[in-house]
Design a protein around this ligand. Structure first.
Ligand code: SAH
Length: 356
């Protein structure tokens, strides 16, 4: 079995090198080549002696994903379809914004949570991604972006774990990936530029927050258990109050490190003014921001976004209740790259993008 360089944080790689008779500092050199310079072939790592280069080339691999296709939306969003060694499709979405480039990455092939409005949920669950498969989404996207421009502003600036899968159900691999992204000797990203989104696997939130000052996003979507049970079946295990109480008591959550709640707005389901008035009361005591995402419709779910004026009234009521609210535009909807549309589907004709 070949060993995988990108499966290991630097600390781990040093240990594994040492156990195989390779000096620990070599791990730092190898990481520099892979993560800073984008060089993956050990034979090209010119500051390693030739026997070591050969040993690495024989015993280790560094590439976990191949870029298969890139689809470009008319708003500039691009969906990358990547292929694992065993043939699974993984999707990542590159979202250009005025002063940054955000990459949305996947953590599982499919997802076991089966949220009723989510296209990935309808796929069912195949398997967890390895750390290398998580990291390679970033490497392949960076290759793509780097090939286009030398401008720093054009580079990947933010990573969101909001693609396919539930990150907290693949926590050890996700934590190792975050260590690689933030290690000054690897990707050297500021933790604040990384956001991990969870449907609310309560006991695993603390270990996630402890990895470093990354951002936590929580998919809330409903204020009442009857509704959330339907939308997010995980709610039966960790109901709204349990989830919110745990966040209220979480000392790693603070005004400087708020929770980013996501609320996917669905016509006639969770868009009433009553819901909008209840929400600020429920979130009281939790330093937070709330992201309203109009439902991105797709063939696997019966839900639709509310009309524009309903969305406006809903967000206005949240403002009045004292919440900090942003409305997320559904970028990339025309190529099935918007939130909840990642299902590794073959490109099919889509209605025109609604960029609200
Ligand atoms: N499992 C994690 C990570 C997925 S993040 C989580 O649930 O947070 C994807 C985000 O997009 C979540 O907030 C999810 O609820 C939201 N989403 C899923 N399907 C959607 C859809 N069809 N329209 C809009 N948002 C959707």
């Amino acid at each position: 079995m070949t060993l995988q360089l990108k499966d290991r944080s630097l600390a781990q790689l040093r240990e594994d090198f040492a156990a195989r008779g390779i000096a620990r500092y070599r791990a730092d050199q190898v990481a520099g080549w892979i993560y800073r310079h984008g060089v993956e072939d050990p034979m090209e790592m010119t500051n390693l002696d030739l026997p070591l280069r050969r040993q690495l080339a024989d015993e280790w691999s560094s590439r976990a994903l191949e870029l298969e296709t890139v689809q470009r939306s008319n708003d500039g969003t691009r969906k990358l379809v990547l292929r694992t060694r065993d043939g699974a499709a993984v999707e990542a979405v590159l979202i250009p914004e005025e002063r940054r480039n955000t990459l949305c990455i996947s953590t599982q092939v499919g997802c076991p949570l089966a949220c009723s409005f989510c296209a990935t949920g309808a796929l069912g669950f195949t398997r967890n991604l390895s750390t290398a498969e998580i990291i390679d989404q970033v490497c392949r996207a960076r290759d793509l972006v780097r090939g286009e421009s030398d401008e720093d502003a054009e580079r990947l600036s933010n990573i969101v774990f909001m693609g396919m899968g539930e990150p907290l159900l693949n926590l050890p691999k996700v934590l190792e990936a975050i260590r690689i992204l933030t290690d000054p000797k690897a990707f050297a990203m500021a933790p604040r530029r990384i956001t991990v989104s969870t449907a609310g696997v309560v006991p695993r939130i603390r270990p996630l927050l402890e990895v470093g000052p990354i951002n936590l996003a929580v998919s809330l979507h409903a204020v009442r258990d009857e509704v959330r049970d339907e939308l997010v079946p995980l709610n039966r295990e960790y109901p709204v109050e349990v989830l919110l109480d745990s966040l209220r008591n979480e000392e790693l959550v603070s005004p400087r490190r708020p929770v980013f709640f996501e609320y996917t707005l669905m016509k006639g389901v969770n868009d009433s003014l009553e819901d909008a008035r209840l929400l600020p009361r429920l979130l009281r005591g939790i330093p937070s921001k709330l992201n309203v995402i109009p439902m991105n419709p797709h063939p696997d779910a019966p839900y639709q976004p509310p009309a524009g004026d309903v969305i406006d009234r809903f967000t206005a009521a949240l403002h009045e209740g004292g919440l900090r609210v942003t409305l997320r535009r559904n970028r990339g909807a025309d190529i099935d790259a918007a939130c909840g549309q990642l299902a590794a589907r073959k490109a099919a004709p889509q209605p025109p993008a609604r960029d609200s």
